[in-house]
Design a protein around this ligand. Sequence first.
Ligand SMILES: [Zn+2]
Ligand SMILES: [Zn+2]
Length: 355
Amino acid sequence: MVALSMVPFLGTVGFTASTSFSPYNYKRQISIQNAPFSFPRNEFSSSRRLLRAWPQSCLASGATGGKLPAEQSEIIFIGTGTSEGIPRVSCLTDPVKKCPVCTKATEPGNKNRRLNTSIIIRYAKPSGRCNILIDAGKFFYHSALQWFPTYGIRTIDAVIITHSHADAVGGLDDLRDWTNNVQSSIPIYVAERDFEVMKKSHFYLVDTSVIVPGTAVSELQFKIIPEEPFVVHDLQITPLPVWHGHGYRSLGFRFGNICYISDVSEIPEETYPLLENCQLLILDALRPDRSSVSHFGLPRALEEVRRIKPKRTLFTGMMHLMDYEKVNKNLENLAESEGLDVQLSYDGLRIPITL
Ligand SMILES: [Zn+2]
Ligand SMILES: [Zn+2]
C-alpha cells in the first residue's frame, strides 16, 4: 500500500452549510449532531499522481486492502457500473459479435468489471471510523463480498439513498447479514417519494410486523430527508437535487467539498450553487458518445465539469461501451488541452479524503 506521506494534502478548505436539518425518524429516534468539516486542497498534478498510485499498490496485486490510520477518512467505490453490470451476460453469449469491453471484464481484477454504482464514505471521528454507504443496489452483496473483507469494513453505520431504482435499493434485503450478526439496526436516510416506493417494494422491511415471528430481516430505521442539509454521525450531508429522466427526481450528495451525483440527466439551476468550490466531483457518465434519457453521456458530463469547475472529477455509472483504458487515455488529453483532471473510476478505487 502507498505510504500516507504520498497523499498530497496541501491545505484545508472549510465548508459549512448555512442551514442544517434533522430528518425525522419513521421508526425510532437517534441523536444526531452538527459538525464543521473540511477537505484537503489537491493540486492538479498531485491528484493525478494519487489516482494512479492507489490502484497499483492496493488493488492490482490481489487487492490486499491495507490499513489507513484511524484518523484518515476515505471514499471507497464499491460499484461504478450501470444497472445490468459489466460484463453483460448477453454480450458473453452473443454467437456473432464479440464485445471487447465485456470480454476484458471477465478477467479477474480488470477495471472494466463493474457492479451497481455505490460508494462508502469512511468518516474518521475521534470515537472511530463510521461507514456511511450511499445506495445498496441489486449487486450490493457481491460488492460487499469483494471489498468489505479487503478493506476491513465491518459495520454499516448508515445508508443514504439517491433514489428508488433497483440498482440503488435492490440490495436492502442483504443488510440482514449485518443487523443479524454485526449490529442491531441500520439507519437509512431516504426522500419521502422514495420511501413511498419502498413501502411497496420493500414492505416487509418498512413494517416488520408482517413477517413470520421468529424470522429475521434487515432491521432498518427509516429517516425521511427533505432537500435540506442533514447530519449523519456528525457528518453534514447536503442533498443535491437533480433530474434522472423527465420528471423523476434523484439526489446527489455533498459532504465536505466532495459532490457525488450518480444518476442524472439534468442539473436544475438551483442546484449549481451547491456545487461551488467542489474539490472532488463524482459524476454520472453512462456512455462515451451521447446521453440517454436518464443519464449523462460523457460529452454532456464534460460540459458540466467545465461549468462546475471541480479540482478533480471521477466518472461513475459506466455501461459496457466505456472502455476503462481507452476512455481514460482520451481523457488524459484534456489535462494537456484544458487542464481538466477527469478520469473514470473503477470498482475498489479508494480515495483518501479529509472531512
Ligand atoms: Zn458488452
Ligand atoms: Zn436510476
